[in-house]
Ligand binder design. Structure first.
Ligand SMILES: Cc1cc2nc3c(=O)[nH]c(=O)nc-3n(C[C@H](O)[C@H](O)[C@H](O)COP(=O)(O)OP(=O)(O)OC[C@H]3O[C@@H](n4cnc5c(N)ncnc54)[C@H](O)[C@@H]3O)c2cc1C
Length: 284
């Protein structure tokens, strides 16, 4: 059981992790990779003390800071966070399950739109995690909507278990061998009964058991059942607290303006709030 699980690898998450470590908390810092929104920035002119630094240099400095404090990020994504009363259970894409007393969500803002039926059928024919759910669809046809490259072991697993794998590239992604490529825009997912769904695209429809969606960021409402949001953002107060006790949000996912300094500042506030929350738990 970790004291705090910090989800993300951008400025908000790094800042939260650094403050928590300095306050001697046992932390899990988890994110697939360091933030691309940092790495891709050409020149940054508004980060105090680091005029004209490139995104790559700032990202390297974040990694170095973690390294110096002996914080080792776990390269994985969280697909669901469950509030369990006095603790949280976090399901990772790798199939690993983590527990923590408190959670800080610093996942950035979700850009990819969801399609009709995606949110409603999550866990009942829509999945963000091949490793977790592939076995449930053994002997059936499935679809993969890929906004990012899908790891080879995941496509291999689907090809081995499923009768057909329809693969829909949603951008410039690698197309695996041995799948049926559908170069068509998906419109909606409809549930026919408990085990069968139809994926409707602009040009056709496909009978499947599940749609696996591979994307960087998952909408907060899909990631955290019961979370209160305003559009794409998690609602927080000034302590970065959400409607779920012990769960805090910071950075772009907590609202505009989308800025490094604001994300890092909120990460610091969220960390101190999590520390306060845990010490309240311990004194009860
Ligand atoms: C090209 C570009 C240039 C920019 N230039 C500037 C600038 O000059 N100045 C400025 O102030 N701002 C700039 N911004 C905005 C800035 O990038 C963002 O405001 C900032 O990165 C937000 O930080 P964050 O930590 O909230 O989220 P992000 O940086 O988006 O990081 C989110 C992290 O969460 C991880 N993640 C997402 N979902 C999950 C999950 N389910 N499980 C685990 N991890 C997950 C992601 O992989 C990522 O590591 C720029 C943005 C872009 C795109």
């Amino acid at each position: 059981m970790f004291d705090v699980a910090v989800i993300g690898r951008g400025p908000a998450a790094v800042s939260a992790a650094v403050t928590l470590k300095i306050r001697e908390k046992d932390i899990l810092l988890i994110g697939e990779k360091p933030s691309e929104k940092v790495a891709k920035a050409h020149k940054i002119k508004n980060y105090p003390g680091l005029f004209d630094i490139s995104g790559q240099e700032l990202g390297d400095a974040f990694e170095e800071h973690l390294n110096r404090l002996d914080i080792k990020p776990v390269s994985d994504s969280i697909v669901t966070v469950y509030a369990m009363g006095n603790s949280f259970s976090l399901q990772a894409k790798s199939g690993e399950v983590y527990s923590a007393k408190s959670v800080i969500v610093a996942t950035g803002v979700v850009n990819e739109k969801s399609i009709d039926g995606e949110k409603e059928l999550l866990g009942r024919g829509v999945s963000y995690c091949v490793t977790c759910d592939a076995q449930l669809h053994k002997g059936k046809a499935v679809a993969v909507m890929a906004y990012n490259d899908v790891p080879e072991d995941e496509t291999e697993l689907l090809k081995k278990l499923c009768t057909e794998v329809y693969f829909l590239p949603m951008g410039n992604v690698s197309v695996p061998q041995g799948v049926t490529v559908i170069n068509d825009k998906p419109l909606k997912i409809v549930s026919k009964d408990l085990f069968n769904r139809t994926l409707i695209t602009e040009g056709g429809q496909f009978d499947i058991s599940c749609v696996f969606i591979e994307k960087d960021a998952i909408a907060p409402t899909a990631l955290i059942p019961g979370i209160e949001t305003d559009g794409r953002h998690i609602l927080t107060d000034r302590k970065m607290a959400t409607n779920i006790p012990g769960l805090f949000a910071c950075g772009d996912v907590a609202g505009k303006p989308y800025q490094y300094v604001k994300a890092a500042g909120e990460g610091n506030v969220a960390a101190l709030s999590a520390v306060e929350y845990i010490s309240g738990m311990n004194s009860n």
